[in-house]
Design a protein around this ligand. Structure first.
Ligand SMILES: Cc1ncc(COP(=O)(O)O)c(C=O)c1O
Length: 468
């Protein structure tokens, strides 16, 4: 079933058109409160936009230079976020937050992280002009259409954006004196990034992963094991793996570090992950300035829990003229009950220690998500993205499994780039989005990961399609 991009073209001013939900035309208006928080963060010499929360409870602290970095103490993004955990782990989360803030303000940490991102992860990642992909859409509209650029997070060591956060948090684990790291992974990309960072820093690593994800993403499992990680199979899906990783950490708070790769969970986890991923947007701003002397008009990213989307969006939240578009897993279609479209179809609830949108039934029970991309299959989403949806600052749509498969194949054939099936969801929205955009609109799509892990899935699905 085809995904529905429910909305309408409402204007075409300068180079950008607005495509907003018909029920929510106010979505194109940026709340004034979001535009007032812009400050400068000197690391990477790029503009930093702090958490866009009007009610945010800010405490300033010194960074390595002179600027102040406001971070919410409560971890609230409007009515989302927070720290809904048993009392026994509040102290551990408070210690983690203190170490995070201390590290961010520490020159030595910043220098070590900058070096690791450059020499180990391979940053900065290119902003690639996908000329043939752009031509493909222009050819359908008398040679007019958007210029599409890919932020090549797939070129990071480990093959995804997950390395940005894994390296930084593994360094924090080390500073906290922890010898052992636990984590959960869906697609295996975060597990792989964490296993690599742990090998580099001589930390033990245990990765919890759903048995069905171990099967469909086995190439990553093999690599995690070669990198020295222990991979624990869990019944259920990624959400169950996440619960088990959390339980494992709670069982040994003294020695273990819970290294989350998702922008979900209790405070400070979502803020930490977003902070370490925000390098994506900071680089994008500089690269756009270099390449066309301006800002992107539209940013597009897939949404599993929100880490790559926030990584790209965060820098631009205060830029009213930059559209932020998140693409969720539409699975078999939004009306099929088999999808991962939390922001599109979910309701607000508490899960894994935080308030956010959730896929739940009328009794508040979690509905099993579905996506062809393992990394999209989570019933919740981060609190910060929940806030960006509710405030109308970001727009969210869904791409189906089928649309993601088509986008995977299209990028292979047109650009010689194989995206992860997660990133293919972001690309999968272009069929509907591109025709609504004015000629020359600059669109940046986050290519969050590389797709060799998914080659067999795509290949076998297409083989089956041919046979049927
Ligand atoms: C390559 C890649 N992109 C995107 C995602 C989705 O997660 P998030 O929304 O946190 O970026 C994943 C999750 O595993 C992933 O591996």
């Amino acid at each position: 079933m085809a995904c529905k991009l429910q909305g309408t073209l409402i204007s075409c001013h300068s180079r950008t058109t607005k495509f907003v939900d018909q029920k929510d035309r106010a979505a194109s208006v940026v709340p004034q409160a979001l535009l007032t928080h812009q400050t400068k963060l000197p690391h990477f010499n790029i503009t930093y936009v702090p958490s866009p929360t009007p009610s945010m409870d800010k405490i300033p602290f010194q960074t390595s230079q002179t600027n102040e970095l406001p971070i919410s103490t409560s971890g609230k993004f409007g009515r989302f976020g927070g720290k809904f955990v048993p009392e026994t782990i509040v102290a551990s989360l408070t210690n983690l937050e203190a170490e995070f803030k201390k590290s961010m303000a520490d020159d030595a940490f910043q220098a070590e992280l900058a070096e690791a991102l450059r020499d180990y992860a391979g940053r900065e990642t290119p902003l690639y002009h996908a000329k043939r992909l752009s031509e493909y859409y222009k050819s359908m509209n008398n040679g007019k259409g958007p210029d599409i650029y890919l932020k090549r997070e797939d070129l990071n060591h480990g093959g995804s954006h997950k390395m940005n956060n894994a390296l930084a948090q593994a360094m924090i684990a080390k500073r906290m004196g922890c010898k052992s790291v636990v984590t959960a992974t869906g697609s295996g990309q975060h597990g792989l990034a964490t296993a690599a960072a742990c090998a580099k820093l001589a930390l033990e690593c245990t990765v919890f992963m759903a048995a069905k994800d171990i099967e469909r993403q086995y190439s990553n499992v093999r690599l995690m094991k070669l990198l020295g990680a222990q991979v624990e199979a869990v019944d259920g899906g990624f959400r169950d793996a996440a619960s088990d990783a959390f339980r494992c950490w709670v069982g040994d708070l003294e020695n273990k570090y819970h290294l989350t790769g998702s922008a979900v969970g209790p405070h400070p986890c979502p803020s930490m992950v977003r902070e370490f991923q925000s390098v994506i947007g900071k680089e994008t701003r500089m690269q756009a300035l270099e390449k066309w002397g301006g800002k992107p008009d539209v940013l597009v990213a897939c949404v599993g829990t929100g880490s790559n989307a926030l990584g790209l969006f965060h820098e631009f939240v205060g830029d009213e003229d930059v559209r932020l578009i998140g693409v969720e897993g539409g699975g078999l279609g939004l009306d099929s009950g088999k999808h991962s479209s939390t922001l599109t179809k979910g309701e607000v609830g508490v899960y894994h220690g935080t308030i956010s949108y959730l896929l739940q039934d009328e009794h508040g029970q979690i509905i099993h998500p579905h996506s062809i991309a393992a990394g999209m299959e989570y019933p919740g989403v981060g609190p910060e993205l929940s806030f960006l949806k509710e405030s109308g600052r970001a727009e969210f749509f869904a791409a189906t499994d089928e649309e993601a498969l088509d986008a995977y194949e299209n990028l292979c054939k047109l650009e010689g780039i194989f995206p992860s099936l997660e990133a293919a969801h972001a690309l999968g929205i272009l069929d509907k989005l591109a025709p609504t955009l004015c000629d020359g609109t600059k669109v940046v799509v986050n290519c969050s990961g590389r797709g060799d892990k998914d080659a067999a899935i795509v290949f076998n699905r297409r083989l089956l399609d041919k046979q049927s």
